[in-house]
Design a protein. Structure first.
Lengths: 117, 109
């Protein structure tokens, strides 16, 4: 397995509370991603990072913020959790894009199951 | 939504049979990738096919790509119980990978 860990692995929280999920990699890959996975929707990109302090929004970024102060860590924050954010969250990493600009394969972490009551 | 479409959503076959899953997408692509997800785990990359390739093999996996029809298929030959999983295609959209909703494959002993 690629060196990707996510913490916590499970979390139950209440509506309105802040939540931070952490992704840590030991591969020194440039790109890091946060996805959420929900039945009927597959994987949807929340935010991604293309370097330290360089981040951009994905398809479903509302209600989420991210930070990347070090190459190895990518944090996802729910400022005020809502029940609609109950989901399984996956972090992924990939190497720099190839010369043609194509994206390489992504390596996924084990996921965090978040329940917002 | 830019999400790709996968077909079928669920597939159940007997061990030893071949399994075919299809993926359609909506934009021009640079490459298309297939991933497997076992229950409760993260996704694992299986194979990548570039837009200038039509077919690619990896062990018991065969992937085809038809850019004129914006579609791809994944064939798993001689299926095994361990192949039971969900399979996702992912294509490169404008800036990032876009995942399909997946095909749930069950291999019956």
């Amino acid at each position: 397995d690629a060196g990707i860990t996510q913490s916590p692995r499970h979390k139950v929280t209440e509506t309105g509370t802040p939540v931070t999920l952490r992704c840590h990699q030991t591969e020194n890959h440039r790109y890091m991603y946060w996805y959420r996975q929900d039945p009927g929707h597959g994987l949807r990109l929340i935010h991604y990072s293309y370097g330290v302090k360089d981040t951009d929004k994905g398809e479903v970024s509302d209600g989420y913020s991210v930070s990347r102060s070090k190459t190895e860590d990518f944090l996802l924050t729910l400022e005020s959790a809502t029940s609609s954010q109950t989901s399984v969250y996956f972090c992924a990493i990939s190497e720099s894009r190839g010369a043609s600009g194509a994206y390489n394969e992504q390596f996924f972490g084990p996921g965090t199951r978040l329940t917002v009551l | 939504s830019q999400q790709g479409e996968e077909d079928p959503q669920a597939l159940s076959i007997q061990e030893g049979e071949n399994a075919t899953m299809n993926c359609s997408y909506k934009t021009s692509i640079n490459n298309l990738q297939w991933y497997r997800q076992n229950s409760g785990r993260g996704l694992v990359h299986l194979i990548l096919i570039r837009s200038n390739e039509r077919e690619k093999h990896s062990g018991r996996l065969r992937v085809t790509l038809d850019t004129s029809k914006k579609s791809s298929s994944l064939l798993i030959t001689a299926s095994r119980a361990a192949d039971t999983a969900s399979y996702f295609c992912a294509y490169q959209g404008a800036q990032k990978l876009v995942f399909g909703q997946g095909t749930r494959l069950t291999i019956n002993p």
